[in-house]
Design a protein around this ligand. Structure first.
Ligand code: ADP
Length: 496
């Protein structure tokens, strides 16, 4: 019998890709399509769900063709997705009633302020692990019900379905047979109680969201049905789902408490496995699900940095001081220190642990000798210090026993950055051989369900390190640098 393959659909904010993996977790072939961004008003961001669906289907077919694989060669499909993005559709026709409201969309900021007064962040945190923020799906559902003609009545009558992108794709892939999501995607809606692992009736009541809208919640590695036969010519099992950051956590094999993965793309997301413990953060980090397997939830603490690689793009596209992102490495290396120059890339406010949406960016400490190299180095250093902020917040929340941090995303290929990260965090930084960790995580989940992998230990054994960066900075220097960063942040904060 031919070797069984796994197919991952990775539906991201700016692109949709499908990747065929071997049963050893090696990439066999891929296909990708860009996704159009719609900005109907300042602060609003939408996607066309039909475009998402077409891209998912066409990239699946192309990836299979590129891998010279038949649908019968695929043991299972895994789906991973941009989280929180919200779609409502008509159960009878399968048609969305509005564009998808994307996680970045801020139109519901006021709703969140109102609900925060009514419910309080502490109560929401206890139930969902989240904070009141327009980022999560709950407020977006509420907006659609209030602003699309007839939506509320249709929802109450059970004629509409809600789903994050995974759930919408699953519905379409199964020809409308399955309305389900996984626990990690559910955990980002503001409606799912992560302690009881069920939709929270009390929150649904307060937010006025009919339960009839909601999908069934399954484990990340589960039987999600099969593709409708006409799509690929043969039914293929759909066997894994996780939100993108959680899928990356699985792709990085962070299965033990204390293990951390940090993804440096446009923004940066740090997730630390906290095992059975749902940590109630006192430092404005999110408690979330890392994954749920065989009915057992494993929790994580999550911190997000809005701008990381985006600061490098800004150097290239707005300042035009570099030609390409990798140039930052030689520029940073050309200096023996930062000479007191810091950049706070608060272009869209600051995320965890500051949560200051009104803060704006700054470059401080400039002197007559400062040049392009200082600014490039300051941009790379900023991503490191922001990670350090998150780790300090995690420590303050009582989670102290980290032993290493596994990095991925576009910036992780920068050796100078990875070494500086190890030095500042005083932790080994590990870079995997396969940096497509998000898609890999989805494939691993599908492989767990279909018996390609026996267990998470089996997956962990397959994780391969490309390089390990060992910390070596002098403690006094480390502290001095970090103090400079905190001082720079202090200058841009609008609230204490
Ligand atoms: P996303 O998935 O968010 O689109 P990627 O993981 O593809 O992001 O990473 C792209 C980001 O990484 C870009 O913002 C780019 O500026 C940054 N980047 C890519 N290569 C390097 C590098 N060698 N050094 C620093 N930053 C880099």
């Amino acid at each position: 019998m031919a070797e069984k393959l796994l197919l991952a659909i990775d539906q991201g904010t700016t692109s949709t890709r499908s990747i065929v993996f071997t049963s050893e977790g090696q990439t066999r072939a891929a296909a990708q399509e860009e996704l159009k961004q719609h900005y109907p008003k300042p602060g609003w961001v939408e996607h066309d769900p039909e475009e998402i669906w077409r891209a998912a289907l066409s990239t699946m077919k192309r990836a299979l063709a590129n891998a010279r694989a038949k649908p019968a060669d695929i043991a299972g499909i895994g789906i991973t997705n941009q989280r929180e993005t919200t779609i409502l559709w008509d159960r009878a026709t399968g048609k969305p009633i509005h564009n998808a409201i994307v996680w970045q969309d801020r139109r519901t900021a006021e709703w969140c302020q109102r609900m925060k007064k009514e419910v309080g962040d502490a109560e929401l945190g206890r139930r969902t692990g989240l904070l009141f923020d327009a980022y999560f799906s709950g407020s977006k559902i509420s907006w659609l019900l209030d602003n699309v003609a007839g939506a509320r009545e249709a929802a109450e009558a059970g004629r509409l379905a809600f789903g994050t992108v995974d759930c919408f794709l699953l519905w379409r892939l199964t020809g409308g047979a399955v309305h389900a999501t996984d626990a990690t995607n559910a955990s980002r809606t503001m409606l799912f109680n992560i302690a009881t692992q069920a939709w929270d009736d009390e929150l649904l009541r307060i937010f006025g969201i009919p339960r009839a809208l909601l999908p069934e919640v399954r484990d990340c590695a589960a039987d999600f049905g099969a593709t409708a036969t006409e799509l690929l010519g043969q039914a293929v099992p759909i066997a894994g789902i996780a939100g993108d950051q959680q899928a990356a956590t699985i792709g990085q094999a962070c299965f033990r408490p204390g293990m951390i993965k940090s993804t440096y793309g446009t923004g940066c997301f740090v997730l630390m496995n906290t095992g059975d413990t749902q940590v109630q953060s006192q430092n404005r980090l999110l408690a979330t699900l890392a994954y749920r397997l065989a009915g057992k939830p494993t929790y994580a603490l999550e911190g997000s940095i809005f701008v990381s690689g985006a600061a490098i793009q800004w150097l290239r596209d707005a300042l035009k001081i570099i030609k390409a992102a990798p140039d930052t490495q030689s520029l940073a290396q050309s200096l023996s220190g930062n000479d007191g120059v810091y950049m706070v890339p608060a272009f869209v406010g600051l995320g965890a642990p500051w949560w200051d949406p009104d803060a704006r960016g700054a470059i401080v400490g400039l002197s007559r000798d400062s040049g392009i190299a200082h600014i490039a180095r300051a941009a790379l250093e900023a991503c490191v210090y922001q990670t350090q902020d998150l780790m300090s917040a995690m420590r303050a929340d009582g989670v102290a026993d980290f032993y290493s941090i596994r990095v991925d995303g576009g910036m992780a290929v920068n050796d100078w950055f990875a070494q500086f990260l190890a030095d500042q965090l005083d932790l080994p930084v590990e870079r995997p051989a396969i940096t497509e960790t998000t898609a890999l995580g989805a494939a691993y989940l599908a492989g767990l369900t279909t018996g390609v992998f026996a267990s998470t230990e089996d997956i962990a054994r397959r994780w391969q390190r490309e390089r390990r960066f060992v910390p070596g900075a002098d403690p006094a220097l480390r502290q001095q640098r970090y103090a400079g960063w905190r001082d720079a942040v202090g200058r841009v904060l609008t609230r204490s």
